[in-house]
Design a protein around this ligand. Structure first.
Ligand code: CMP
Length: 231
């Protein structure tokens, strides 16, 4: 019972469900499943059929694609109260990317048919979903700009800003990005090499733009950082 109420409270904070009542959220939960994954578990496989949408209740998930040589590009990092798996459910095509747990991850798995029925019944849900998809398209557009036009410093700056938005903890203009990914994963997100990430992070640290601790990057003045790199 407690678990159910806690779940409703968590779903109320998911942007696409903000227009649903407690009763409607309970209905949604009743047809869904709670699932737990370990770090590095693959939750969704690219190219497979997709008939469910996942809401992240705890942890972080990377959305990525891999080529034949196992080189990976990270398209997005999603955290609590975000969702994934909606694309195949909406267009009926296969999964567009892998979704891999970056930490222990708890999700609510919603059946695709139920998700579509809810969209049909609740136009406000459809609008919030569109808004969220537009936000993702804007992020992807910035990523394309950075990958195609920026130099190494610009690419690393851009990925740090993206990570700060995705998973950072903001306090009084200071952002802490904690224990989220390896330098190789940051490189895969910036579409550059691990060596470049290492070199530029060291340079940023020397210039006092960031501080580094074990598995942690701290940006002391996030606004200044963004302005300096035109983000
Ligand atoms: P689907 O294609 O069903 O499975 C993979 C999921 O990754 C996809 O649905 C989206 O939820 C998510 N996804 C794919 N591309 C992006 C992106 N550029 N930004 C954020 N999420 C994405």
């Amino acid at each position: 019972m407690m678990e159910h109420r806690e779940l409703v409270r968590q779903l109320e904070e998911v942007s696409i469900f903000e227009s649903l009542s407690e009763k409607e959220l309970s209905e949604l939960i009743a047809c869904s499943q709670l699932m737990t994954f370990k770090k590095d578990d693959v939750i969704i496989f690219e190219s497979q059929e997709g008939n469910s949408v996942y809401v992240i209740l705890e942890g972080m998930v990377k959305i990525c694609r891999t080529n034949e040589e196992y080189k990976e590009v990270i398209l997005a990092i999603l955290g609590e109260k975000e969702f994934f798996g909606e694309m195949s459910v909406l267009d009926g095509a296969t999964r567009s990317a892998d979704a891999v747990a970056l930490s222990r991850v708890r999700v609510l798995r919603i059946d695709g048919k139920v998700f579509l029925e809810f969209i049909e019944k609740h136009p406000k849900l459809a609008l919030s979903l569109l808004r969220e998809l537009v936000t993702r398209l804007r992020k992807t557009d910035s990523q394309i700009k950075s990958i195609s036009l920026a130099d190494a410093v610009g690419k690393v700056a851009s990925v740090i800003v993206r990570l700060a938005h995705d998973v950072g903890r903001v306090r009084k203009g200071r952002v802490e990005i904690e224990n989220f990914a390896s330098q190789q994963e940051i490189a895969n997100y910036a579409a550059t090499s691990r060596e470049t990430i290492s070199r530029v992070l060291t340079m940023f640290e020397r210039e006092g733009l960031i501080e580094r601790d074990v598995n942690k990057i701290i940006i002391n003045n996030f606004e200044e950082f963004k302005q300096k790199f035109g983000e």
